[in-house]
Write a protein that binds this ligand. Structure first.
Ligand code: ADP
Ligand code: MG
Length: 340
C-alpha cells in the first residue's frame, strides 16, 4: 500500500503583504520503503510542503493520506499517531536539539516517547541508535555544543529514528554541512535505507545529492512539481526545460522570481513573472515564448503533468524530445559524493 499520498495540496501562508501560496496543487506518492527526492531552488516551496505533511504549515486545500487514512486532525491522538509514523529532520540541528541535554538523554527521551523501556533496554537502544547513524558511543555523554555540525545532524537523525517512523522527512539536512561531511551523511542515509527499509522524503537543492539517495525525484518550481520520474529516467532523459537547466547548472540562469502573491511587485513585473493561467517558467524558459514567439500557449494555459506518461511526468507544453541530448550529458554513474 502507498505509505504517503498527497493529492492537490495547496499551502498558503499569511505573510506581511497578504497570502503567499507556497505550494500550489501538488500531488505525490511515496510507497513504503521508498525514497522520493524533492529538489528545487530556495523559495520554491519545499519546506512548506514538508511542514504541511506534519501539520506545521497551513494546509489551504488538498489531501494528505498516511497509510490510506487522512493524516490531519488536531486531536492529541491524531497528532501522536502522526508523530509515531512520520518524523522530520531539518537543516539546522542547532535549533532542533536541546542544548542542555546530552546525546544519551536526547535519544533516551525519544526512544521512550511511545513505549516503555527499562534502564538496560534504554541503554541498549541508545547504543543501537548511535551505531545506526555512525556515531562513536563515546559521544553519548556530550552536549550538542561539544559536537561538530555533522555529529549534531547525526544525533538529530538518530532522534528521529528512535520512534521507528515509517517515513522520515529530511529537509536540507546536509545543506549546512561541509562538502566532505555532506558526502558521509548521504552515505549514512543510504545505509539506513538498506538496513531499516525506511521510506523517505529527501529534500534538497543539490540535484546530484538528491538523486544519489532517491528512487524517484520530483522537481519543484515556484510551488509546483514540474517534473517527476524514477531517478535514472530523470537523469537520462529530463523532459522539463527547468530540470534540464538544473542539470546543466546553466551559469546564467537567473533566480526564480518569488511567488506571484509574495510581494507587492509592480503590476507589469508581476504579470511578466506569472502570466495569468500560464506556465510559471515561461518568462525564463529556453523553449518558451521568450525565444519562440509563436508559443503563446505557454503564457495562456497552465501546463499539466501528463498523466499518460506515468511514471515520468513533465508539466510542459513543449517538452524537449527525450531522444535529443539536452544540455546535460550523464557522466559516469557515480556522483561525486560517493568518494568517502
Ligand atoms: N511562515 C511563513 N510565512 C510567510 N511566508 C512564508 C512562510 N514560510 C515560507 N514562506 C514563503 O513561502 C515560499 C516558499 O518558502 P519555503 O517553503 O521555505 O521554500 P524552500 O523550502 O523551497 O526554500 C517563499 O516565498 C517563502 O517566503
Ligand atoms: Mg526550505
Amino acid at each position: 500500500m502507498t505509505l504517503l499520498q498527497v493529492a492537490d495540496l495547496t499551502v498558503r501562508h499569511h505573510g506581511p503583504h497578504g497570502p503567499v501560496t507556497a505550494v500550489d496543487g501538488v500531488s505525490l506518492e511515496i510507497p513504503a520503503g521508498r525514497t522520493l527526492g524533492l529538489v528545487g531552488e530556495s523559495g520554491s516551496g519545499k519546506s512548506s510542503l514538508a511542514r504541511a505533511l506534519v501539520g506545521l504549515s497551513p494546509v489551504h486545500s488538498g489531501r494528505v493520506l498516511l497509510d490510506g487514512r487522512a493524516a490531519g486532525g488536531r486531536t492529541l491522538r491524531a497528532r501522536r499517531r502522526l508523530g509515531r509514523r512520520v518524523q522530520v529532520v531539518f537543516q539546522d540541528p542547532d535549533t532542533a536539539l536541546d542544548p542542555r541535554m546530552t546525546v544519551r538523554q536526547t535519544l533516551a527521551e525519544a526512544a521512550t516517547a511511545f513505549r516503555r523501556l527499562d534502564r538496560p533496554a534504554r541503554a541498549e537502544r541508545v547504543a543501537g541508535l548511535l551505531d545506526l547513524v555512525g556515531l562513536d558511543p563515546q559521544l553519548a555523554g556530550r552536549l550538542p555544543r561539544q559536537l561538530s555540525g555533522g555529529q549534531r545532524q547525526r544525533v538529530a537523525i538518530a532522534r528521529a529514528l528512535a520512534v521507528e517512523p515509517a517515513l522520515l522527512i529530511a529537509d536540507e539536512i546536509t545543506s549546512a554541512l561541509d562538502v566532505s561531511v555532506q558526502a558521509a551523511v548521504l552515505n549514512t542515509i543510504r545505509d539506513l535505507q538498506r538496513r531499516l527499509g525506511l521510506a523517505m522524503l529527501f529534500i534538497g537543492h543539490n540535484l546530484p545529492a538528491v538523486c544519489h539517495v532517491s528512487d524517484a525525484v520530483a522537481v519543484m518550481y515556484r510551488g509546483r512539481i514540474v517534473e517527476s520520474a524514477p531517478t535514472a529516467d530523470l537523469l537520462r532523459a529530463p523532459r522539463h526545460p527547468y530540470t534540464r537547466a538544473l542539470l546543466a547548472a546553466v551559469p546564467g540562469l537567473p533566480p526564480a522570481p518569488p511567488p506571484p502573491d509574495a510581494a507587492p511587485l509592480p503590476l507589469a513585473a508581476a504579470e511578466a513573472a506569472a502570466p495569468a493561467g500560464g506556465c510559471r517558467f515561461a518568462a525564463l524558459c529556453p523553449v518558451g515564448p521568450a525565444r519562440h514567439a509563436e508559443r503563446t500557449v505557454c503564457t495562456e494555459r497552465d501546463p499539466q503533468p501528463g498523466a499518460a506518461e506515468r511514471p515520468h511526468r513533465a508539466a510542459c507544453h513543449f517538452p524537449p524530445d527525450p531522444d535529443t541530448p539536452g544540455p546535460f550529458r550523464p557522466g559516469p554513474d557515480t556522483p561525486e559524493d560517493e568518494r568517502s
